[in-house]
Design a protein around this ligand. Sequence first.
Ligand SMILES: O=c1ccn([C@H]2C[C@H](O)[C@@H](COP(=O)(O)O)O2)c(=O)[nH]1
Ligand code: ZN
Length: 190
Amino acid sequence: MSLAILSSQRSKDPSTQVGACIVNKDKRVIGMGYNGLPDGCKDDRFPWGKAAHECCCECGCGCDECQCSKRRKVEYKWLKDKNFYVCHAELNAIVNSYGNSVRGCTVYVTLFPCNECTKLLIQSGIARIVYYSDKHKDRDTTKASKWMLDYVKVEYTEHKKLDKNIFDMTNEDLKRIVESEDQQDESANN
Ligand SMILES: O=c1ccn([C@H]2C[C@H](O)[C@@H](COP(=O)(O)O)O2)c(=O)[nH]1
Ligand SMILES: [Zn+2]
């Protein structure tokens, strides 16, 4: 997970940086990725914002997290929404495995995978997902992910929360993370 967190730091997304690290049964890193624009699409030439929404629900919050069914896009400034362009961290981690099979591997992700990434992870044979944050758990995309994963019995587990920022960690802290991941792996295998 520490590698996934480090990878996430390379993302230019101002609201959510995501990192993914795929490891095989022998704990070899097979691929890593973060959410970013496709190759050649310059970070400063594409939008990192989201199209504005109008909220019609009683709370009237109008925020991006609102899941009200009546919510609708009111502003559609010439494709100015990052979601059209961003390659998700999981997709990049798979692409960066350069054709090596990820079947049976575990993916460490800093954010619970969306439905599109979940489809990709399932189709490529990922056996297990370890996630750090589930901050979008109320979004339909996350609910759909969980439905698919439960249905096909791909295991997903929450990573133990770290008590420090990754950059303030000592070697001892990092060792502790690895040990706790080993313990989680053992209990998953039993
Ligand atoms: O499975 C996922 C889901 C999301 N991401 C990326 C895509 C976006 O860049 C951010 C989410 O932005 P919000 O502003 O929090 O909606 O996370 C991903 O890489 N993998
Ligand atoms: Zn995704």
